[in-house]
Design a protein around this ligand. Sequence first.
Ligand code: A2P
Length: 270
Amino acid sequence: MPEQPTRTLNDGNKIPLLGLGVWQVPNGRECVDAVRWALELGYRHIDTAQAYGNEESVGQALRASGVPREDIFITTKFFPRRRDPVAEAEQSLRRLGVEQVDLYIIHWPQGGPSWAWAGMERARELGYSTSVGVSNFSVEELDQVTVAGSVVPAVDQVQFSPFEFRRGLLEECERRGVALEAYSPLGTGGHLGHATVREIAERLGRTPAQVLIRWCLERGIPVLPKSTHRERIEENGQVFDFALSEEDLAALDALDRTGGTEAARERKWW
Ligand code: A2P
């Protein structure tokens, strides 16, 4: 894998565009292996969360990989059913076995979008995280954080793919200097069999997963495919040696089912 392309966030921090997501990977061997393989294969960005319960395994894999800490971008997320982002960050750092993470984000706007932001800013001031941001926030929720705080969120991590092409949210994020990050870029696997995606993949001699990941990269959007299989982690990383044409991008854009929404979720779990 070539050197990982990055995007510069609004605070000057650089985020590698490709990251491994470890949502729903249980703490233990499976998670350690996935993260270790990803690092071996050249990934330099791992996305975990307090709610995933697997930060210990991520930390174990970081150490086992032998890759220098400063070469790896680590994101974790504040679990908003807890009260204190600072205290929870301290626990995350202990579990991960690192002195700071690169990005710390509010996992979802439980109890309102802005109450936790002062604690997030404090965690940043204390050096627990280089950047702070949010996840699953709509445009309106982003604005409430910005009004309440002194730091603009560096990112808004949302479910994003051609099928969830939240054009309104993307445009408003860009206007505010917030980097939208894509989770579930493969629709948790559900988008891989779609005829349009498959047709493009076959014509280009690539795989459906690579086409969906590349669609994000073409827009400079950090993208977080999840897999626990070595060969798929490798496949998902081989996305820097081809491009999608304007026609193929447009055909994928047309798959949007959100109506170009400014919302982060159609269905909320909180
Ligand atoms: P697994 O973890 O068993 O490899 P998303 O990133 O949208 O959340 O999608 C993750 C889902 O897609 C997981 O079920 C994962 O399965 C599957 N997946 C990830 N990469 C690939 C791939 N290259 N080919 C097929 N399925 C994949």
